[in-house]
Design a binder for this molecule. Structure first.
Ligand code: GUN
Length: 292
């Protein structure tokens, strides 16, 4: 069993980006600039956005955080999105999800200029991914694919089973593994809450991606010996021994599943840091295109 070290890989990627940024600046271009809109004070969202701002510093990017209270109106948020679309200094931006229930999330996503949509959530970017055109790809699945690439994990002809069908992870993950090339060329199955014979299917997976948000859901009897298991879960579970009062729990029963695996990602330190690194990769990709 080999542990896939997402934390170390993310650090390497951020260092590669920082070197490219210094070269860009030396060549007379401006620093890449990522902006984030954060609504309200959800603990998880605050942590994610703080990590994104810190990663920008590590990469030598400029970053801007725009905050709204959760009483913000949909129109105010749309106005903020339009302003960022028009701001020529901003290469890319994200609107941290989830948004309060009185705001139509899809409407906000569709207001973002696809050229600045470094989250890869706009239907134009989702569509491009599905037909194999270059565009922005959602950061979590893009980060997973980067791990498979950097660990030289063979994918061609393999059966990749994805548990979870979210727009942010499950669906784009399936599209990426279906693409031609390495990583890619997989036979892909997407399982979800309506799947009847889940265990039968997961036991045939060479690459199993668990992205359903249920701590410890994937147990040893669901995994084929020699499989590669990717754990996307980051559920906060109460833990009195932690200063924060919680710990992050993955979707995989790591203790019992890990000994069976060829490769496995831990939680924390697996997919999480790679999601942030991918967002940085998307941002420098946006900056390269807008280079001036
Ligand atoms: N909420 C959970 N994951 C994400 C993400 O990747 N991007 C944004 N904007 N919000 C999220």
């Amino acid at each position: 069993m080999e542990l896939i070290d997402g934390k170390a890989t993310a650090k390497t990627i951020k260092a590669e980006i920082a070197a490219e940024v210094e070269q860009m600046v030396k060549d007379g271009h401006k620093r890449p600039h990522l902006a984030a809109i954060l609504v309200g004070h959800d603990g998880g969202s605050e942590t994610y956005v703080a990590s994104k701002v810190k990663a920008c510093e590590e990469c030598g990017f400029q970053s801007t955080l725009i905050r709204f209270e959760d009483t913000v109106t949909e129109q105010e948020l749309l106005d903020a999105v339009h302003k960022l679309n028009d701001d020529t200094d901003v290469d890319g931006f994200i609107v941290q999800l989830p948004l309060p229930s009185h705001i139509d999330e899809q409407k906000i996503i569709e207001a973002v200029d696809p050229e600045k949509d470094v989250d890869g959530f706009h239907p134009v970017n989702v569509g491009k991914l599905s037909i194999g055109l270059p565009g922005f790809v959602s950061a979590t699945p893009a980060g997973i694919v980067e791990l498979l690439r950097r660990y030289n994990i063979p994918t061609r002809g393999k059966h990749c089973v994805v548990i979870g069908r979210s727009n942010i992870v499950g669906k784009p993950m399936a599209m990426l593994m279906l693409r031609k090339g390495q990583p890619g060329d997989c036979t892909v199955t997407v399982c979800h809450s309506g799947t009847g014979n889940l265990k039968e299917i997961t036991r045939t997976a060479d690459i199993l991606v668990a992205a359903l948000g249920k701590p410890g859901f994937v147990t040893a009897d669901m995994v084929k010996p020699g499989a590669t298991v990717i754990d996307v879960g980051t559920t906060r579970v109460p833990d009195a021994t932690k200063k924060s009062g919680f710990r992050l729990s993955g979707d995989v029963d790591f203790e019992n599943v890990a000994p069976l695996c060829e490769f496995i990602t831990p939680v924390p330190g697996g997919v999480g840091p790679m999601t942030i690194a991918s967002l940085m990769m998307n941002t420098i990709q946006a900056a390269r295109k807008r280079k001036r």
